[in-house]
Ligand binder design. Sequence first.
Ligand SMILES: [Zn+2]
Length: 92
Amino acid sequence: MNLDRLNCARCQATLTPGSGKLWEVCIQAAADPWPPEFTEEDLQRNVRRDWAALIEQMKDLSAREAMEQVYRQQVIYLCSACFAAWYENPAQ
Ligand SMILES: [Zn+2]
C-alpha cells in the first residue's frame, strides 16, 4: 500500500498516517460458521460420491478462489468522522 496517498474509504478525504486522525478497520467475514444439520436421509447418502462431486466442482478454482468462498478479509482506512458514523451503524 502506498501510504503517501491514503484516502478515507468512504468520503475520500486525504488521510495522514501518524496524525491520529484515521482508523484502520479490519473486516473479517466467514461463511456460515455453524456446522450443518444432518438428517437421517443425509446419513444414508453416498458420501464418497458427494465428495468426488465437490472436488470436481472445485478443481478449477485457485486456492485463493476456494478460500474466498468461505472467508474474506480486508483492511480499510476511515477518517475519524466516517469511522464514528460507521461504528454507530456498521450494518448500513
Ligand atoms: Zn471519511
